[in-house]
Design a binder for this molecule. Structure first.
Ligand SMILES: *Cc1c(COP(=O)(O)O)cnc(C)c1O
Length: 224
């Protein structure tokens, strides 16, 4: 099936109130353009320089989301334009995002990445670590970073119950953080969870944003 057909199929299985982020990492702009021409305006990337290059080459009404692990020395590449950073997982990174946001005279929206899979290869904070950070004076003084919710990556597994549990836990963490730190903050409302293999489960558990790559663009070729 074509990219356009894939998009149409996926949109049918996603409720109106769930945002579809088309994960275009490793895809060239000509391919991303096909999704754009089908009406897609929200794209996710996991490498800062690649994200910046695509931003420069493509239409300016696209919302670009940073979904991959972000090193502090690379925040500068995306700070001028990024719509949402999903992968905030340390106080140090928050400080850097805040600093770059000030330089660019803007507020940068972010999600707190929570470690729900407990796999060695995955990033993210435990709920208690997130709470410690949100309580810290250092964070409280940051005026140019705004948290809009949480993000999590499920385990790679065929065990649907395991995946469902991870997503349920993320929703619970979201609710507790909201109550303790963001109860007056209407903007704190997003739960970014679900990828090609597990987005239906994620939506059932309360996802508000799904990040879908291979089901739209096909398998990625990392060798290119
Ligand atoms: C690559 C990636 C996705 C998309 O994965 P697919 O399986 O291709 O849908 C979603 N989230 C993150 C954080 C990713 O790195």
């Amino acid at each position: 099936m074509s990219i356009a057909e894939n998009l149409i199929e996926i949109r049918k299985s996603i409720p109106q109130n769930v945002k579809l982020i088309a994960v275009s990492k490793t895809q060239p702009v000509e391919i991303i353009q096909e999704a754009y021409d089908e009406g897609q305006r929200v794209f996710g990337e996991n490498k800062p320089q690649e994200l910046r290059d695509k931003y420069e080459l493509m239409q300016k009404d696209i919302e670009w989301h940073m979904i991959g692990h972000l090193q502090t020395n690379k925040v500068k590449y995306i700070a001028p334009f990024v719509s949402l950073i999903h992968s905030v997982d340390s106080l140090k990174l928050m400080g850097e995002i805040n600093k770059e946001a000030i330089k660019n005279n803007r507020i940068i929206d972010c999600l707190i990445q929570i470690d729900i899979a407990h796999e060695q290869t995955k990033f993210g904070l435990l709920e208690d670590e997130a709470k410690q950070i949100l309580k810290s004076q250092h964070y409280i003084q940051m005026k140019n970073i705004r948290f809009c919710g949480v993000m999590g990556i499920g385990s790679i597994t065929d065990d649907i119950n395991k995946t469902r549990n991870e997503f349920t836990n993320l929703k619970s963490t979201f609710l507790r953080l909201k109550e303790e730190f963001f109860s007056k903050d209407n903007c704190f409302c997003e739960i970014s969870m679900g990828m090609s293999s597990d987005f239906s489960i994620a939506i059932d558990q309360g996802s508000t944003m799904v990040r879908i790559g291979s089901s739209i663009f096909g398998e990625r070729n990392y060798l290119k």
